[in-house]
Design a protein around this ligand. Sequence first.
Ligand code: GTP
Ligand code: MG
Length: 443
Amino acid sequence: MYLPMRENDTIVAVSTPRGVGGIAVVRLSGPDALTIAEKHLTAHLSPRHATYCRFDDLDDIVAIYFPTGYTGEPTVELSCHGSLYVQQTLLQVLVDDGARLAEAGEFTRRAFLNGRLNLSQAEAVADLIDSVTPAQHRLAVSQLRGGYAQTLKNLRQQLLDLTSLLELELDFSQEDVEFADRSQLREILTALHFHLSTLLSSFKMGNALKRGIPVAIIGRPNAGKSSLLNALLGDDRAIVSDVPGTTRDTIEETLTLDGITFRFIDTAGLRHSDDCVETLGIERTRKAVADAHIVLFVHDATTPWQEADVDLTGKHVIVALNKSDLPQHALSNPQFSIFNFQFSISTRTGAGLDALRAAMLSAVCEELPHEDEVLLSNVRHYEALQRVIQALENVARGLEEDVPSDLIAVDLREALYHLGTVTGEVTSDEILGNIFGRFCIGK
Ligand SMILES: Nc1nc2c(ncn2[C@@H]2O[C@H](COP(=O)(O)OP(=O)(O)OP(=O)(O)O)[C@@H](O)[C@H]2O)c(=O)[nH]1
Ligand SMILES: [Mg+2]
């Protein structure tokens, strides 16, 4: 929970992962950081210098003092040996001397409150810590370096100025004056709308890169969908059998290829069924297709081609004609193709799987943005910006229809509020708690 009363405490935590390592870093931050630390050290610390010294009788350590550290306040970092005993004793001693154990994300929350990071940068720190693939890393770094927050901040400021003028008019409503230039207001609305729409449309890709590109594996029962999942993962993840209708629920697994994470969803085979559980499974298949970026359509090529009763519009569809190790049916190929790629594969021998992987990668790379393009990948921002757009559209309509200024001002305030929750000008305990609660202790 967010407790402003305790901002003056000196806080302490182990900033390296829990457990035993070669070394561990204990971070101490707050007004008394230096005093508390030096009580136990055999040497004085000079700013930004690494000092090799002894901490009580406990351990030989390296200590660094930052007059203004990551948190924007005096910070001392103590690198000790990674023993759990040493870590715990260090913490205990520092707490006995007046430091308080830090809460989850408290270091980063202080960095934000002290103006070292804006809110979306603070969130990017969490993403950076979580990043596993190069794509996730790039997204986080771009957001950390400012990303779209600065542009949004500028646009918000312009909108705020105009809103204030518009509200001033309300005080002079008897006199029929116009302080807020309507054409300027329209210009800003258009610029913001354009900017936000571009950002919002980048979300699908941004989010997919962050969480894994959703790939639905679909097809008739027994086509070899689960076998394909297993072959791609190199693992016996899903049950395979020659009984049609083996997979009844969706099964999800992620796999990283060439730095891009894919989220494979193996599904229940598509067919008409009177079995209630199987029907539910097929409903889930439809949902998986709706959410998917790529659809792997598996067909058993020893049988004639059959269309599937599922909506594939707008999806990147790759057809895998499976069981190429067996004699193929003369009519196994789709007759007319709306599909992007078509491959002959065998999950049994592994034939064609490399080409399939390459096709999935190229499907994603086609849509990958340029290095300098920003992508929206944060769900909280996505939701807030959608509300901004909605409010802006109300404002635009209000201007068209000559709605009274006080009503327009209400929509403008709404837009400003939600924009502010992204850029950090509007914060509430709830928003801060949400964001920083995601961090681990010590971050
Ligand atoms: N010969 C051959 N058999 C395969 C191949 N791929 C899958 N099979 C067999 O086809 C049968 C069905 O495979 P599954 O992977 O369970 O098929 P599925 O599409 O997941 O089926 P449902 O879950 O019932 O919808 C099993 O007996 C597999 O061993 C292949 O490339 N070659
Ligand atoms: Mg299956």
